[in-house]
Design a protein around this ligand. Structure first.
Ligand SMILES: Nc1ncnc2c1ncn2[C@@H]1O[C@H](COP(=O)(O)OP(=O)(O)OP(=O)(O)O)[C@@H](O)[C@H]1O
Length: 649
């Protein structure tokens, strides 16, 4: 935009605007605050509500998804089955003397990045920014100093950084030792990384017997309701469930404002699809969407070069695993652009093998570039049949789709049969879980157990509770039987786009923030009208009584059309009043003056161009309504241009 000061982004100015205008602020601030918890004020809440409204329309309504609203307090057993109790962890290490705590992968990343920065400075390629006064006071900040590194070391660091999400605890311990990484502030040694579970644990009810957790994601609430959702959808896939709700993670070291917090809003979609039919009926609508991607093999080479490609090509070349996953990647891209994310600062990064959950077959993160670097804002994973399978095995509920076959199929299959007299007394309380595990076994595994019985007289299985159980032919028999199949039964695969709304909102604040070339570099939040907290500002030229009924009438007309507006009848100059609202991102301003009283005409100002047009009250309100709904854009407003203040005669 010509009006924008080039390279004008200044994080400290944005932070000041966010606080001054109460977009968000530390929670419990008057008590000194609490790390990782934030409250949103009026414009922040409205911005979030508008992003969510756009999200509901773009996904839930457009795709006819089934919306759910499930509890945040979650039964411990559910999260044990999903694997969160055992595996939802990050690696944590401590300063051996001060006890300061760090998230190990983030610390390695910060130290190596600082060393590379120092190397660039020593080579004269980059100047190290001097920390501002308030930053100097912040503890634990990793500082850079101008030290030249060997070329081989630079290459090594770059390779490590490109794969930083890929390391487990042992590997992080090796990196810390090999590269002499110390506690940043004290330079003391660090302990070996240990696992820290990120869930907030509690108990449900007064007995203390029922374990519960605050959910770390909304997904499990969808899966445990799969049976009902499937029935709601007449027993057919594909379909998707969607949910907007709070999630909670006890992050080791919350930082970067809204980007890593302990309570945040998620919007998650679980799309259930036949594993044999991962094509998507609407793929043709998105196949020409242009993406910037970073496939995993590029990262393995230690590179971060982006490839520009259409989603159609990416699926065709097998870079993105299947059409349904590609469809969602494209729809995420379109959504983020629609709400105002700069498409040049948006990329899709593929997960590397260790980074991806063992059951996932492919995963792409939508990462948005901010002053903190590239930040994952949406995860989009093909989770295969993992979630539904583990819950089905644990509960004995068949979370499957039964599809009529075109013709009856006669098949010989291995079939287990349990000897109830011996099975119950042997497994006692675990009988149900062992039995459901056996009946969920596939044909090759059943055949394997049968062979073990014949050769060794015993075998074993790992049940859904993670324990091993011994099996003998006295407890169950496995024989081939003939089955007449009229239905095909399968567990759907799940494609999961998972949005962190706070991260998207913050990235949008950064991408929208600019300073004007004129007006002493006054700052503006250039939100698209669709998400702007307030769409129109109504400013009377003075506080003359004559304007009151007109202002009331304009406000009422806007309200009736669902357009959020505000009247600023303070005594500040019109310029000052507009400037205040530029900081709130209000895209349109209406000026009421004495000509309005006589001629029913008002002027309409657009925030980014500061251009003005003139029309009757009805014409201007109609234009604002259309602009706010995204039906037209500013150049299409068919009203004469205007400069200055109206003449009253
Ligand atoms: N602590 C957090 N604060 C704010 N948003 C978060 C946080 N953790 C996750 N999210 C958001 O939820 C989305 C889905 O969560 P997911 O479990 O995929 O994140 P993650 O891979 O654990 O994130 P990270 O690696 O950054 O910790 C993320 O893309 C992100 O937008």
């Amino acid at each position: 935009m010509s009006n924008r000061l080039a390279h004008s982004f200044d994080k400290s100015k944005l932070e000041a605007v966010c606080l001054r205008r109460f977009f968000f602020a530390p929670a419990f601030e008057i008590y000194g605050g609490c790390a990782g918890l934030y409250d949103y004020g009026p414009p922040g809440s409205a911005l979030q509500a508008n992003i969510l409204d756009a999200w509901r329309k773009h996904f839930i309504i457009e795709e006819e998804m089934l919306e759910v609203d499930t509890t945040a307090v979650t039964l411990g057993e559910v999260l044990k089955t999903s694997g969160h109790v055992d595996k939802f962890t990050d690696w944590m290490c401590r300063d051996t003397k001060t006890g300061d705590i760090f998230r190990a992968d983030h610390l390695v990343e910060a130290v190596l990045e600082a060393r590379l920065k120092g190397d660039k400075e020593a080579r004269g390629e980059q100047q190290i920014e001097q920390p501002k006064e308030d930053e100097k006071k912040k503890k634990k900040k990793v500082k850079s100093s101008a030290v030249k590194l060997d070329d081989a070391v630079v290459q090594q660091y770059e390779t490590i950084l490109a794969q930083i999400d890929n390391f487990d605890g042992e590997e992080l311990a090796d990196l810390i030792e090999k590269h002499s990484i110390k506690s940043p502030e004290s330079q003391n040694d660090l302990t070996k990384p240990v696992e820290f579970n990120l869930m907030f644990e509690s108990s449900i009810g007064p007995t203390g017997q029922v374990k519960g957790y605050l959910r770390p994601e909304t997904a499990q609430g969808h899966f445990v309701n799969f049976g009902r959702l499937l029935e709601f959808n007449n027993g057919r896939v594909p379909f998707a469930s969607a949910q907007i709700g709070k999630s909670f993670r006890n992050e080791i070291s919350p930082k970067q404002g809204l980007l890593r917090v302990r309570e945040f809003l998620m919007a998650e979609i679980e799309h259930y699809v036949d594993p044999l039919k991962k094509n998507h009926p609407r793929f043709n609508e998105v196949e020409n969407v242009q993406l910037q991607i970073l496939p995993n093999e590029v990262q393995v080479e230690g590179k971060t070069d982006l490839t520009k490609i259409t989603v159609g090509e990416a699926v065709k070349k097998g870079i993105i695993d299947n059409e349904t996953l590609g469809y969602f990647v494209a729809r995420i891209n379109l959504f983020l652009e629609k709400i105002g994310i700069n498409k040049d600062r948006l990329r899709f990064r593929q997960h590397m093998s260790n980074e991806m959950a063992h059951y996932a077959s492919d995963c792409w993160d939508a990462e948005i570039h901010t002053s903190y670097g590239w930040i994952e804002c949406v995860g989009c994973a093909d989770r295969s049949a993992y979630d539904l399978t583990v819950h089905a095995v644990r509960t004995g509920q068949p979370l499957v789709v039964r599809e009529p076959l075109p013709e009856i199929k006669i098949e010989e299959k291995w079939a287990p049969e349990i000897n109830k007299k011996k099975f119950g007394p042997t497994f006692r309380a675990n009988q149900k879980i062992v039995e459901s595990t056996i009946f969920a076994l596939d044909q090759p595994r059943l055949e394997c157990i049968k062979k073990d019985f014949d050769s060794q007289g015993k075998s074993d299985i790992q049940a859904a509770d993670g324990n091993k159980y011994d099996l003998t032919p006295e407890l169950l028999t496995i024989e081939k039987k003939t089955f007449k199949e009229t239905k095909r039964e399968f567990t759907p695969n799940v494609i999961e786009p998972s949005f962190g709304i706070g991260r998207i909102l913050y990235a949008l604040l950064e991408h929208s923030f600019y300073a004007r070339e004129q007006d002493e570099g006054r700052t503006v939040l250039g939100f698209p009208p669709l998400v702007a907290p307030i769409k129109a500002l109504v400013v009377p030229i003075s506080n003359s009584k004559e304007f009151e009924p007109i202002i009331k009438d304009i406000s009422l007309r806007l309200r009736k059309n669902g357009v959020a507006s505000r009247v600023d009848d303070s005594s500040a100059t019109i310029g000052k009043r507009y400037a205040r609202n530029d900081e709130l991102g209000t895209p349109y301003g209406i000026t009421v003056d004495f000509a309005t009283v006589k001629k029913n005409t008002i002027t309409l100002r657009e925030r980014d161009t500061t251009e003005q047009k003139i029309g009757t009250v009805e014409q201007v309100v109609d234009a604002i309504v259309k602009l706010s709904k995204g039906e037209i854009e500013w150049p299409q407003v068919d009203l004469p241009a205007y400069s200055g203040v109206q003449d009253a005669d």
